[in-house]
Design a protein around this ligand. Sequence first.
Ligand code: XLS
Ligand code: CA
Ligand code: CA
Length: 438
Amino acid sequence: MYTYFPKMKPVLFEGPQSRNPLSFKWYDAEQKVAGRRMKEWLRFSIAYWHTFKGTGSDPFGAATLPRPWNAGHDPVTIAKNTLTAAFEFAEVLGVDYYCFHDRDIVAEGASLRESNRRIDQVVKRARQLQKETGVKLLWNTANLFSHPRYAHGASTNPDAHVFAYAGAQVKKMLEVAKELGAENYVFWGGREGYDTLLNTDMKREQDHLAAFLGMAVDYAKEIGFEGQFLIEPKPREPTKHQYDFDAATVIGFLTRHGLRKHFKLNIEANHATLAAHTFEHDLMVASMNGMLGSVDANQGDPLLGWDTDQFPSDLYGSTLAMYVILRQGGLGSGGLNFDAKVRRGSTDLEDLFLAHIGAMDTFARGLVVASKLHQDGVLESFIRNRYASFDAGLGARIEKGRVTLRDLEAHVLKQGEPKPTSGKQEMLENILNQYLLA
Ligand code: XLS
Ligand code: CA
Ligand code: CA
C-alpha cells in the first residue's frame, strides 16, 4: 500500500479498447518494436520540479496544487517525504527514471554549507530508494536561476563572486551525480543571457560561460563521473536573449570554444517551438551533428508565446520525434523526460497520473508509427531519389569537391534551364496520415 497514493494500483497496458482512464492504451513496456522493448526505446523519466514541487502558481494567481508530501516545516523532512512520493509515483507508472535540480530535492538553506548539508541527508535516502525500487537517475542539474543572486546570470554574471557560487553548486551536483549514478548531467542556460546591450559585454559573458563549462568537464574527470554532459537550448525566457538559443547556436558555441566533444544536447519540444522551429527540426540539427543526447518531452501551445510545458499529446510531434530517434539508433544514455506540468486547474492528485499516462501513450504510439515508416522506408526512398542528381555525374563531382565555378558555368551553357520537379509535400503529408491512422 502506498503512503501518498493509497488508492492507486500499478498502471497496466490494457490496449486501445480499454475505457479505464488509468491504463495504458498504447504503451506496453515489454512489447518489441524495431528489435527493442518499448521501454528501452523510450526511457521515460519524471521531472521532479513540476510533478512534485509544482504549485500551480502563475504571475496572476496563487498556488492551486497543495501536495500532501509538501506539507510541514522542516525542509529535510519535506524533502524525504517528497522522495517517498516520487518513488511511489514512478512505481505506479512503471517509469524507470527521474530528474531533479539541487533545489527541488531539498530547499536551499541560509548558506552554501547548510544547503549542502541538507543535500547530503536527502541524497542518502535517494540512494537507498533507488536501490530498493530500481528507479534510476536520468540526470540532475543545479538550479542557477531561482535565487535572487542570479538575477543577472550565473556563470555570465558580471560579478565573479556570483560566478563562484554557481560553480560551487555545480561542483556539489556533480558529486551527487556520481553518488547516485546519474546517466547524464544537464546544463540549461537559466539566466545565462541578457536583456539589454546597454549594460552587457556579451563577448566576455560568453567566454565566462565557456570557462565555466570547461571547469565542469575537468571536475567530472577528476572525480570520475562518467555520465554524459548535456546542454539544453532555449531561446528566451527568462532573459530576452538566451546564449543557448537553439541546437545550432549551442553547437556553434561549443565548437568555437573547443568543448564540443564533451557535450551532447537535451532538446526540449517547447523550447524548439519558442525558437520558431519545429520540435523535429531541432532534434534533426542535433542528430545530424551526432549530438542528440536526450529529450525533454513536452509541448507548448500554438497560441501562447511562452514556455507552457504541457504534457505531450500531439501524435505528429511524437511520431516525427521518434522517427529522428529511431534513425540514429536510440538515445543512448538519454531518455524522454516529461518536463511538463499539469494545468493549474487540474487539481486532483489523479491528474498527475493521467497526464503521464497520456504522454507515455503519445510517445509509444509515435514510436510504433515511426518504426513502420522507417521500416517501409517510404520517406527515406523519396528523399534519396530527390537528391539522385548528386549520385552521379556533375552532382557526384560537386560532392567530392572536384568542381569549380567555371565547370558549373560550362554545364549550364551546355544543358540550359533545369526542369522543375515537384517536392510532393501534400502527397507525403497524406502518406504520414495514412500511417498515423492505420
Ligand atoms: C526550463 C528548463 C529547465 C531545464 C532544467 O525552461 O526546461 O527546467 O530542463 O533546468
Ligand atoms: Ca527542460
Ligand atoms: Ca520548458
